[in-house]
Design a protein around this ligand. Sequence first.
Ligand code: MN
Length: 200
Amino acid sequence: MTRSKDQLKKYRAKRNFSKTKEPKGTKSTKAKKHIFVIQKHAATALHYDFRLEIDDVLTSWAVPKGPSTNPKDKRLAVMTEDHPIAYAQFEGVIPKGQYGGGQVIIWDRGTYRNIKKKDGKLVPMDQCLKNGQIEIFLNGKKLKGGYALVRMKDKKNWLLIKMKDTYADARRKPTSTQPESVKSGKTIEDLKHIERKGGK
Ligand code: MN
């Protein structure tokens, strides 16, 4: 199953690109490595957008509490519309009144690999997505190691869970201790402050 660029219809319909600097996603940008990005987004409710490159788009979930490094935490992850690959570069302010209005920072990013196996064989990512059973190994700046995304029975909500491995750490709490962008070093509060001053 290959998903076409039409996957981004919903994404575009929600946005006015003459008013927001978010990418339109009209160009097909094929990345060689599979990327992931986690954007901290201070919209109406603060959340972390967890995005995985699958089939030329960023498959996306909104995680209200953000990711944990503790395997005992099961973090709610609500699937949202696919985003263009170029969105992984986006950091800045979505104007007030626009869809998702608020500050966005790139909280973490890097590459990932699929580690989901069945009968000793890797299950292709698009199949994992269909099955609602994703297991990936993240190589980010803040997050590393195995993470599982498991779809619940209601079919919309998923759980994001740190898998047990050497990178698991119940005490680390990176969302509290490392709130800054891995791109600019800025925090959401820094962006709010810049906005208030009306400058850069
Ligand atoms: Mn968001």
